[in-house]
Design a protein around this ligand. Structure first.
Ligand SMILES: [Zn+2]
Length: 380
């Protein structure tokens, strides 16, 4: 979901990014707002088309700022409670403050979850108040209309966000209550994400019903899309919790393959491809000089080298030096190794103690362990 993000700016040390999908939404919101303003209900008929477009754009940008403030509410509260924040990503249905860990207690979870909606309520009431004051003071109708729309949408977003479907804010509030009640985070997550998954399905059904019943295809599609999003997010966050639970506290040495196949640094790249890559079908090999680990070489590096260089270049010249990006110590937490793989896109990491190679750890092995553990726990 966070594959194609674009960095925007930083607030209080927190990086704000946007998923590419979000720019489409910005354009869509501008378009639909500028089409709403000319209607009778919006109260500003008879303005010029460029004015409506400008109102739409300003409204969309104010909504964007509102969403950033909502997420900052979550993020700053989390930071205060000692949960590190990786950043805020805006995407199709708003934003996500990415916490690198679960909140430590049910109470912290509740405070982090409720902080966003509190910000939205303040913004909603604030903009509506501004609109009312502007109406009395005789501000231009266009300004009053934009403030009214932004205030109203903020309040609508609060209602949507408070649907008790994990991982929406309401679902997090529900989870914190369940967590507080039974003292079991895993159970609380399971129940609240099941409810989330069910509500997602209900929204999809509602979307179809609206589309068929009233002929409002666009509204129906929105409901169905939101339902799909809620459903997949609910499932994913439960899976993530299980994965974290399964791997956390386990050292990578438990999952590594000892005595991996190593490549001497002096051989040519052509020999590497013929005798190692095609024979063993691995994507990454440790490179050694005698007993000493000097780096690693991957098919990715080979691909970047022109074919006519393969005979001439040695593996040593092509290999990447060992770094914390590709080599981990044996005592490292397996969950950390997984997030490193996630971040760097490497599916295999070397495990080494200084320049002594101990083994290799692969994404496949971590996931295999996880699915076995789940299978056995499900049976128990
Ligand atoms: Zn929120």
């Amino acid at each position: 979901m966070f594959g194609n993000r674009i960095r925007l700016f930083r607030v209080a040390g927190i990086q704000i990014s946007a998923d590419w999908s979000w720019f489409i939404v910005l354009a869509l919101v501008t378009w639909s707002l500028s089409n709403t303003f000319p209607s009778e209900e919006a109260g500003v008929p008879g303005l010029s088309p460029p004015t409506y477009w400008l109102m739409g754009l300003v409204g969309a940008l104010l909504l964007f700022a509102s969403i950033v403030l909502h997420e900052l509410g979550h993020a700053l509260t989390a930071q205060r409670l000692g949960v590190p924040i990786r950043g805020i990503t805006l995407f199709i249905f708003g934003g996500v403050a990415e916490m690198s860990d679960e909140p430590p207690t049910a109470k912290a979870e509740f405070l982090v979850a409720i902080a966003g909606p509190v910000v939205s309520v303040v913004l909603g009431v604030g903009f509506l108040g501004l609109a009312a004051a502007g109406g009395v003071a005789g501000w231009p109708a266009a300004v009053v209309a934009v403030a009214t729309v932004v205030g109203t949408i903020n309040l609508v977003l609060v209602v949507f966000n408070m649907i008790p479907a994990f991982p929406l804010d309401g679902g997090r509030v529900l989870r914190s209550a369940l967590w507080q009640w039974k003292g079991n985070l895993r159970w609380a997550t399971k129940v609240s994400s099941r409810i989330g998954s069910f509500l997602g399905l209900a929204l999809i059904a509602l979307g179809v019903a609206v589309a068929i019943g009233t002929g409002e295809l666009v509204s129906g599609m929105w409901f169905a899309l939101i339902g799909l999003f809620v459903r997949s997010a609910a499932r994913m966050s439960y899976q993530q919790l299980l994965l974290r639970r399964a791997l956390e506290g386990e050292p990578v040495s438990r999952f590594m393959h000892g005595e991996p196949i190593v490549v001497p640094r002096a051989i040519s790249v052509a020999d590497l491809v013929r005798d190692y890559v095609y024979r063993h079908h691995y994507k990454t090999f440790p490179v050694v000089e005698g007993e000493r680990l000097v780096g690693c070489v991957s098919t990715r590096d080979v691909r970047e080298l022109p074919r006519e260089e393969w005979e001439r270049q040695t593996v040593g010249a092509l290999a990447e030096k060992c770094s914390p990006e590709n080599t981990v110590p044996p005592e490292l937490d397996a969950m950390k190794a997984l997030s490193l793989m996630n971040r760097t896109g490497r599916s295999r990491l070397l495990v080494a103690d200084g320049d002594r190679l101990l083994g290799i750890i692969s994404l496949k092995d971590l996931l295999k362990f996880f699915s076995l553990k789940m299978e056995l726990e499900e049976a128990a």
